[in-house]
Design a protein around this ligand. Structure first.
Ligand SMILES: *Cc1c(COP(=O)(O)O)cnc(C)c1O
Length: 366
């Protein structure tokens, strides 16, 4: 039984969930980095090991998203993402475990080694891959029409949006806040003042914000934006918060309708770098530093930017005497070796450019 359902038993009957991950995920001190930047009480939440074979933050969302798909009796899920999307890959892998087919609709992003790896793993997981390079053109519109017709035929198909952020997916991170409270009660760490987390499709940050209120923790989320402002902003965060709060309240009326005002939101804007998936000097440095100092494996699109923001705030003495939790949203499980032997030419032709063109400058091996 997950902590959110223990607290609100009626949710158990009304919200389906597939057990996919391994929870609670550990909390560990980050003593060396904390010492370097003068944050004595710095900890890490290891969602990188949230699943046995594939971890990261998407597992918590997929427990709810795929639970819903199974209850709806679908045989296929379709989702969206950038070419190297961790969400798309996680969906493919966990859909497979539940005997659901997965189709991934992918759009361009800056090239990186992890993009190649994820694409090969998507393929090895047996996912259907559809790539939409370039701007919206007539041919893409025609392609979308074909896909649309396929949706219509297969009414049982379930569409999961970018990043897995629906009310149900976000509920996975409401639960995560209750999980954290349990760990604070067990003295795994003191009650945090701040949680640093990347802000993409917003489900992680907003789910935590709602969950922290519901779990009665004083902890505040520092959301480090890694996508354009049009995609993640105060208004959209509030809207998702309200929708998720209503969703839980409908499923169990004893779950209160929480309110969020926009001035409660801490949105860190300075580490995005102007383009999704583009590594910045700061993110690349944070990734290298976390690995060298603590053996923590991060990446440049999300977690490197979130850690860079934390390091910067720490060095500016903004976190002095604070209890700070870095929420690691990135998978750290190795892929099976067999993936290395996948020939990229087996993938749709239009994806070859990721393998034939070089990776972005900050991702090149020194
Ligand atoms: C998807 C993803 C995020 C962003 O989470 P959202 O809920 O979409 O905001 C952060 N980190 C990693 C590694 C991710 O793959």
């Amino acid at each position: 039984m997950i902590p959110l359902f223990e607290e609100y038993p009626d949710l158990t009957n009304n919200i389906p969930r597939a057990e996919l991950g391994k929870f609670p995920t550990p909390i560990k001190p980050m003593r060396l980095i904390g010492g370097d930047i003068g944050v004595k009480k710095l900890f890490i939440k290891c969602d990188d090991v949230s699943g046995e074979e594939y971890g990261g933050n998407k597992v918590r969302k997929l427990e709810f998203l795929l639970g819903e798909a199974v209850r709806n009796g679908v045989d296929e899920v379709i989702t969206f993402g950038a070419a190297g999307s961790n969400h798309a890959l996680a969906t493919a892998l966990y859909a497979g475990k539940l005997d659901l087919e997965a189709t991934l609709m992918l759009i361009p992003q800056p090239n990186a080694r992890y993009v190649r790896r994820n694409l090969l793993m998507d393929y090895a997981a047996g996912a259907g891959l559809e790539y939409f390079p370039g701007q919206m053109t007539a041919s893409i519109a025609a392609r979308l029409k074909v896909l649309h017709n396929r949706f219509m035929k297969k009414t049982a198909t379930r569409v999961i949006p970018f990043g897995g952020t629906t009310e149900a997916g976000t509920a996975g991170f409401v639960n995560a806040a209750f999980e954290l409270r349990g760990q604070v009660e067990k003295r795994k760490m003191p009650e945090p003042d701040y949680i640093y987390v990347p802000l993409g499709s917003m489900g992680t940050a907003v789910g935590l914000m709602l969950g922290l209120k519901a779990a009665n923790l004083k902890t505040r989320v520092v959301a480090v934006r890694v996508v354009p402002f049009e995609i993640a902003n105060h208004r959209k965060m509030k809207s998702l918060f309200d929708r998720t709060s209503r969703f839980l309240n409908r499923a169990d009326p004893s779950f209160p309708r929480y309110e969020l005002t926009e001035d409660e939101i801490i949105l860190h804007d300075g580490f995005f770098g102007g383009r999704y998936g583009l590594f910045t000097r700061e993110s690349a440095e944070a990734v290298a530093y976390a690995d060298k100092r603590e053996g923590i494996k991060l990446e440049g699109t999300y977690t490197g930017k979130a850690l860079a923001a934390l390091l910067d705030d720490g060095r500016k003495q903004l976190l002095k005497d604070r209890v700070v939790l870095f929420w690691n949203t990135h998978n750290s499980r190795d892929f099976p070796e067999s993936v290395d032997s996948v020939d990229y030419r087996a993938l749709p032709h239009s994806l070859r450019s990721y393998f034939e063109n070089s990776v972005q400058p900050l991702d090149r091996k020194k």
